[in-house]
Ligand binder design. Structure first.
Ligand code: DHB
Length: 389
């Protein structure tokens, strides 16, 4: 068997790439060890930059994001018992869309099925080899049949525990890590929205994020310990903690039954370069950002947008030298997103060994941002996303 582009990992990045390649007349085979149902039922982040929305609608994936998603013109930064709105529209003329990553995945999987794309979910024994020559992607499909697919190019969009990443020789691979001494406790709540837009809250007890899903389902998070015991958190205790962290000015969260409780990992990671021979890494396989900036999915889609453009030029126009620019182009945005996610994280979370000075300085930083048009505009610019590099 052979194909032009082998894609390991059929999450949003892998499927978007497969979709874009098909539009350029380029064949691909995408595999994933997870079943479609498994991916559809994992709750992930919920914010799309406007360019991510455009990528979904302009390339004919689906316009459902525009009808079922919610356009948000800003966010609220909450600290010192008060809310401060960052008005994206007024400051930078941009919006973001609340549209869960699982829905992005569903739309992409449907589009690939509709267009006859070759996507194999639920494979076992995935392996890749010969990435500096003509790569081979091997796997056993869901029916137990073994396959060896020869590819011109191989893309590793296989998530943070990427197998493909290890095909970059250690002597060439540089990995950058930042660990944080906290995590997020995420809940799903059956209740109407407590606020029309996202609230990013800083409190002496720690960070909280009030997000939404629909008119009847809400997503909320609060800073916790990386080793937090989920069973120690009754619904009552969770509500008391969340209400405390967002209190002030009479604001109250609308409570409801909690249908999911999870502790989310938290770290920054970058692997450089993002290419070796004919292997290209995209999305979480190459980088992880802390969730505070809502950048993970958006970065993955941008990687794939750039990669598609370069593969199209290489395959359809013979401009293979352009592939050399992938890593540099993608990493420029990756490091901006790392910086923004780090900044949002450190200005809103409390450190276990924090001093009163640290806490006052943090409030100074937040006041500096909300009292300055330039400061607010910079947050708005980063949050709504940078133009494609
Ligand atoms: C959501 C998650 C985030 O990490 C974020 O920054 C904003 C929203 C969410 O799940 O809705």
């Amino acid at each position: 068997e052979s194909t032009t582009v082998g894609i390991v990992g059929a999450g949003p990045a892998g499927l978007m790439l497969s979709h874009l390649l098909a539009l350029s007349g380029i064949e691909s085979v995408a595999i994933d060890i997870r079943s479609r149902e498994e991916i559809e039922h994992t709750n992930r982040a919920g914010i799309l930059e406007q360019d991510s929305v455009r990528l979904l609608t302009d390339t004919g994936v689906d316009g459902r994001v525009l009808t079922d998603g919610y356009e948000h013109h800003g966010i609220e930064l909450r600290f010192g018992g008060e809310g401060h709105r960052i008005n994206f529209q007024e400051l930078v003329g941009a919006s973001v869309w609340l549209y869960p990553q699982t829905d992005v995945f569903i739309d992409l999987a449907n589009a690939r099925a509709r267009d006859g794309g070759d996507v194999r979910f639920g494979v076992t024994n995935p392996a890749v080899r010969e990435v500096t020559g003509r790569p081979v992607m091997s796997f056993t499909d869901a029916d137990g049949v073994d396959h060896e697919v020869r590819c011109d190019y191989l893309v590793g969009s296989d998530g943070s525990r990427s197998m493909c990443r290890h095909e970059l020789p250690e002597s060439l691979r540089r990995q950058y890590y930042k660990e944080y001494p906290f995590a997020w406790f995420g809940i799903m709540v059956e209740a109407p929205p407590s606020a029309p837009e996202l609230i990013y809250a800083r409190h002496d007890r720690g960070f909280a994020l009030i997000s939404q899903r629909t008119d009847v389902l809400q997503r909320m998070y609060f800073q916790c310990s990386p080793t937090e015991d989920i069973d120690a958190w009754s619904d009552d205790r969770i509500w008391e903690e969340l209400q405390t962290r967002v209190e002030g000015g009479g604001f109250r969260l609308i409570e409801g039954p909690i249908t999911e409780k999870t502790v989310l990992p938290f770290r920054s990671f970058v692997c450089e370069p993002m290419r070796h021979g004919n292997l290209f890494l995209a999305g979480d396989a190459a980088h992880t950002v802390p969730p505070t900036g809502a950048k993970g999915l958006n970065l993955a889609l941008q990687d794939v947008k750039v990669l598609h453009e370069l593969l199209d030029a290489a395959i359809n126009l013979g401009k293979t030298e352009l592939l050399d620019t992938y890593s540099t182009r993608a990493l420029e945005r990756v490091w901006k997103a790392q910086q923004f996610s780090y900044r949002m994280t450190t200005m809103l979370h409390s450190l276990p060994d924090e001093t009163p000075f640290d806490a006052r300085r943090q409030l100074g930083q937040l006041n500096d941002i909300v009292s300055s048009r330039f400061g607010s505009a910079h947050i708005a610019e980063c949050y709504t996303g940078w133009p494609t590099t």
